[in-house]
Design a protein. Structure first.
Length: 422
């Protein structure tokens, strides 16, 4: 643990340095947010109320936890929900989320911070979403005998838990009274290291994207752009797009202007990033923020760039074909958000960590591509064959429907009675 604690200390110092030296906003936001944690927790110091602590790493994990949070808030309003994030990309978007009583960054995992945090929050239960195995937090939760659970967990053979030198992390897993995992492979891996309090419940993201789909509402600018009277072009939507993704589809999109219009939601959209995106399409592209103030700017445009948070999941409802980014970089983003609308979904080769990408590829609704040339060939085929496009889309929607129900399993186990509360 000494080496772990040293690493955590050095990591915190690195955040402080990067906050003042990096050109990127994330280190600054994280440093500022960590400095505000204790103030955000002040309402809890009265000692009143029953608290459930839910921790998510970032926005994707928040969306996985959200169905359970909202079910819990609806059916157990007497419980206060303390929601913590680790990443600015999640916290900055959801820091005003109304279904949680407190939203804050998770204090850095030092023994002192952990004790202070748990003394203030006094959770009757702690829930971690998917991952984030902070050793000092788990050690202290176990020592205090606070019921702790993992939901939507996913495990792979290359993780530390399954290495000969991963003893500290294997022991940390024993903090969890039960782990709710996404698949049978994860259960078997855990069983192999003696972790048997495991339920294969599935992935709550399928429940979440279905909730979004059922509640989607029209958006004025997307309506004007995608459903313009007399415009028969298909809508291609690239979500969570990175420069590596644009290198795959941008040329095809430019050259398909007579038959395709594009909506692009970049994963990040600082000024430099937006300038680069606009440069790819010249005077044929417009930012949504500009069109909001002057809808006439949409006239004659082929590409609309979404430069705001929180719209992507419902924007897919306007698409005929989707491309989900990250698969040519560090890792694929959420393909379920697109597939739920019954459309074919393209994505890149770095998707081996995502069960849904492999399963959708097998069933046909997900189209994995390895190059710009392969994307062009398959995208052109879908443009030319509406029946194939429809058939692949139906497979996407069928796949999502087949995966519903994880939230019900977890909620029934944890909250149908109060037996799991401390």
């Amino acid at each position: 643990m000494l080496l772990y604690d040293l690493g955590i200390y050095l990591y915190r110092q690195g955040i402080r340095i990067a906050a003042h030296t990096s050109r990127h906003a994330k280190p600054r936001l994280l440093n500022e947010g960590l400095g505000e944690v204790w103030d955000r927790l002040l309402p809890l110091k009265s000692g009143e109320g029953r608290n459930v602590w839910i921790h998510v790493a970032s926005l994707g994990e928040f969306e996985q936890g959200r169905p359970l949070i909202e079910r819990l808030k609806r059916e157990h309003p007497e419980l206060r929900i303390i929601l913590t994030f680790f990443s600015p990309s999640g916290y900055e978007v959801r820091k005003n989320y109304k279904e949680a009583d407190i939203v804050a960054y998770l204090p850095i995992d030092t023994p002192r911070n952990v004790s202070r945090f748990l003394d203030i929050v006094r959770p009757e239960m702690a829930i971690f979403v998917k991952y984030e195995f902070w050793l000092n937090y788990l050690k202290e939760l176990r020592r205090r005998e606070i019921p702790t659970y993992l939901i939507s967990g996913i495990f792979r053979p290359d993780q530390l838990f399954f290495k000969s030198y991963g003893g500290f992390y294997r022991n940390a897993l024993r903090t969890f009274r039960r782990l709710y995992v996404q698949d049978e492979r994860s259960r078997r891996l855990l069983d192999g290291i003696g972790i048997t309090d495991v339920t294969v419940a599935g992935d709550t993201r399928f429940d979440r994207v279905t909730d979004i789909m059922r509640g989607v509402k029209p958006h004025r600018i997307l309506d004007l752009f995608c459903k313009a009277p007399g415009d028969e072009r298909l809508t291609f939507l690239a979500g969570s797009s990175w420069p590596e993704d644009e290198a795959v589809y941008a040329e095809w999109l430019r050259e398909s202007g007579d038959s395709v219009k594009g909506v692009i939601a970049p994963h990040e959209f600082d000024a430099e990033r937006l300038k680069r995106l606009l440069g790819l399409f010249g005077d044929k592209a417009v930012l949504m923020s500009e069109a909001e103030g002057n809808p006439e700017l949409l006239e004659g445009k082929q590409v609309l760039i979404i430069d705001c948070f929180g719209l992507l999941a419902s924007a897919y409802s306007y698409a005929d074909i989707a491309y989900v980014g990250g698969g040519f970089g560090a890792g694929l983003h959420n393909i379920n958000e697109a597939a739920v609308y019954g459309i074919p979904v393209f994505y890149g080769p770095n998707h081996s960590k995502f069960i849904e990408a492999e399963e959708m590829k097998t069933q046909g609704g997900g189209i994995a591509i390895n190059s710009k040339e392969e994307f062009r060939e398959k995208a052109d085929r879908l443009l030319a064959d509406p029946s194939e496009r429809k058939a692949l889309g139906q497979r996407s929607a069928t796949y999502i429907r087949s995966k519903l129900g994880a939230t019900d399993i977890i909620y029934s186990d944890l909250f149908a009675t109060t037996a799991n509360m401390r």
